[in-house]
Design a protein around this ligand. Structure first.
Ligand code: B1M
Length: 213
């Protein structure tokens, strides 16, 4: 369908106007919101992730594409709710306590949303209690923690301990990432998933739900 191709290409090109105009046109044509999401937006963000991993795209291109995707998803969201389209899962994501860096966290959140997850963005400087609260009140399946400072890395361990102390650790998968975080550190603190960038965060989270990446 030509309009879905336009949406797909607009997101890859980071053309926000093209993508949102395309989504409105597709809805006016009567194309199902889930089809627009899957064949237009999610397919495009998957391709953007591939371009990033192959070194053809860098962070700025990925951010611009993610913004086009996010603006398009915002138009679709109410229609998806009407159509009862279920997200892949719910993720509460935040930058840990003491850490104000949010560019990478936002990018990861956008990639996760582009893959079909519902995102609850807890912001930056998020204390362990707020992550615990998100599990209790929003019934999330995943906790995503980002840290950019070596001094805030220990807050990830503290948060996992707080989840255990509150008796909710078994209810969620914990994913961690950020420039100083490694697979080894993730394992050491008892996180379930580690990702080094947005595309792998989206892929790893999706695989962990049992869906094909
Ligand atoms: Co700050 N900062 N900063 N900073 N800052 C760094 C991180 C630093 C490496 C710079 C340096 O010294 N070379 C250094 C940390 C050193 C260290 O800990 N070893 C540093 C410092 C020291 C500081 C301050 C302490 C400076 C000061 O005040 N003296 C201060 C701390 C404030 C605080 O947090 N309490 C500070 C402040 C700031 C600004 C506010 C000015 C600004 C942040 C603005 C913002 O985020 N809104 C800032 C910035 C921009 C940076 C650099 C330049 C860029 C970070 C960034 O956005 N990268 C950074 C140096 C650098 O990285 N070159 C630096 C782009 C982003 C897309 O990548 O965040 O790595 P990144 O995210 C990636 C992956 O890591 C991964 O995927 C993302 C997308 O690919 N990822 C995840 C991230 N989260 C994930 C979560 C996941 C999975 C993957 O699962 C949930």
């Amino acid at each position: 369908m030509a309009i879905l191709d336009t949406i797909y290409q607009s997101v890859i090109d980071g053309n926000l106007n093209g993508a949102t105009t395309g989504v409105n046109a597709a809805l006016a044509e009567g194309i199902a919101p889930a089809e627009i999401l899957n064949k237009g937006l999610i397919a495009a963000m998957t391709e953007v992730g591939r371009l990033f991993e192959e070194g053809e795209y860098f962070v700025p291109e990925m951010l611009i594409s993610a913004r086009a995707m996010q603006a398009s998803v915002a138009i679709l969201k109410p229609k998806l709710k009407d159509a009862d389209v279920k997200p892949l899962g719910k993720i509460a994501i935040g930058t840990v306590k003491g850490d104000l860096h949010d560019i990478g966290k936002n990018l990861v959140a956008m990639m996760l949303e582009g893959t079909g997850f519902e995102i609850i963005d807890l912001g930056t400087d998020v204390p362990p209690e707020k992550f615990v609260d998100a599990v209790k009140t929003h019934d999330v399946g995943f906790i995503g923690m980002s840290a950019l400072l070596t001094t805030t890395m220990p807050a990830m361990r503290t948060t996992i301990e707080a989840l255990k102390a509150a008796g909710v650790r078994d209810r969620v998968k914990v994913m961690v990432g950020g420039a100083p975080i490694t697979q080894e550190f993730a394992k050491e603190i008892g996180a379930d998933l580690y990702a080094q960038d947005g595309p792998s965060a989206a892929r790893n989270a999706k695989i962990s739900t049992g869906a094909n990446a």
